[in-house]
Design a protein around this ligand. Structure first.
Ligand code: GDP
Ligand code: MG
Length: 335
């Protein structure tokens, strides 16, 4: 860097001298052209959108689970390279909304269809085509934005299973590209990134080079706790659990040798809709909530790089999924 700047300075000095004798019209500063744009990740719940975002960014910004409807709010993941800046929008899965929560989730999807320069529709190569897929196709039918099809999870299907999927999809929507990928292992993601850059417009970067997401620390912490809950529960509970951070307090305590010991106190509410759900999350003699706490604490300590105290309170809020107030509260954490 140093030497380069010096070289530049030398060249500049050399260039200025003759110009001083014979003034020329000033040349317009030409910035290197970079590609910049918004790319929406779309598809049914559980196809691997959040996994793809994390792998592309090389960092976890979105939580992942094997339960559907894990992602409830769109989040941005920003990837800046020498070629430009891709702003990925990770969305909730496309599904028919039954609760106020789900209508909000689908509104994120609709608005990302409008704001994006490119749409990437992900499908799960391990799943047969069904009604849910028809609903996705219908949702995207009227959209004019360029569209890629990503056939995901090809790390776990035989090669000869992929061709029939391409055949099935190629005429359903006007895909510009069809790319078999693995969000988990990274197969073809370099190819995907190249093709994305090719289809984005030339523009000025929107975010600074070190920005990676638009979500607040508070929201990410709540999401990590929710991810650990989702890992351990099933049936109705994944859909009807929400996490709210009541408070984050950073303190410096003193250890037994008198050294400063930075500690972050995080108080968290886990909302469920019924008392029997509360009992499930707490577990026999508190064993499950303890396990959830251990797993969440470990990951949060890595992110915050300090010791943390994590308080988890399970609260019953009947029908919170239809309570606009609770939904506002939870969405409001994003930042
Ligand atoms: P989303 O709902 O579309 O955001 O899906 P997630 O990213 O939460 O992933 C759903 C599940 O699929 C998780 O259990 C992931 O580990 C798994 N998954 C995602 N991508 C891949 C992949 O490329 N290969 C395999 N084998 N599993 C994947
Ligand atoms: Mg997701």
């Amino acid at each position: 860097m140093e030497t380069k700047n010096k070289e530049k300075a030398v060249k500049k000095a050399a260039a200025i001298k003759p110009a001083a004798r014979k003034p020329k019209a000033p040349k317009e500063e030409k910035k290197p052209a970079v590609k910049v744009g918004y790319v929406a990740l779309l598809g049914r719940p559980n196809v691997g959108k959040s996994t793809l975002l994390n792998t592309l960014l090389g960092q976890k910004v979105a939580i992942v689970s094997d339960k559907p409807q894990t992602t409830r709010i769109s989040i941005l993941g920003i990837k800046t390279t020498e070629k430009g800046q891709i702003i990925f929008i990770d969305n909730p899965g496309i599904h028919k909304p039954l609760h106020a929560l789900n209508r909000r989730m689908m509104n994120f999807v609709y608005s990302s269809l409008e704001t994006s320069d490119l749409l990437c529709l992900l499908i799960d190569a391990t799943q047969p085509f069904g009604h849910g897929d028809e609903f996705v196709i219908e949702t995207l039918r009227k959209v004019k934005t360029p569209l890629f099809l990503l056939i995901n999870k090809v790390d776990v299907v035989r090669k000869d299973k992929v061709l029939p999927i391409i055949e099935k999809y190629k005429d359903l929507l006007p895909f510009k590209e069809i790319i078999p990928v693995s969000a988990l292992t990274g197969i073809n993601l370099d190819v995907l990134e190249d093709l994305i850059y090719k289809s984005l417009p030339e523009a000025v970067k929107i975010y600074s080079d070190d920005e990676i997401s638009d979500q607040s620390e508070r929201f990410l912490l709540a999401e990590i706790v929710r991810e650990k809950v989702l890992k351990h529960v099933k049936e109705e509970l994944p859909f009807s659990t929400a996490v709210y951070i009541d408070g984050i307090e950073k303190k410096v305590l003193t250890d037994k040798d008198g050294n400063p010991r930075p500690m972050t106190f995080i108080r968290t509410s886990i909302f469920v809709e019924r008392d029997n759900h509360r009992k499930i999350i707490i577990g026999r003699r508190g064993s499950l909530i303890k396990q959830i706490g251990i797993e969440a604490r470990k990951e949060i300590e890595e992110i915050l790089a300090t010791e943390i105290y994590l308080g988890l309170q399970v609260r019953v809020r009947p029908q919170w999924r239809d309570s606009e107030d609770v939904l506002d509260l939870i969405e409001g954490q994003k930042g």
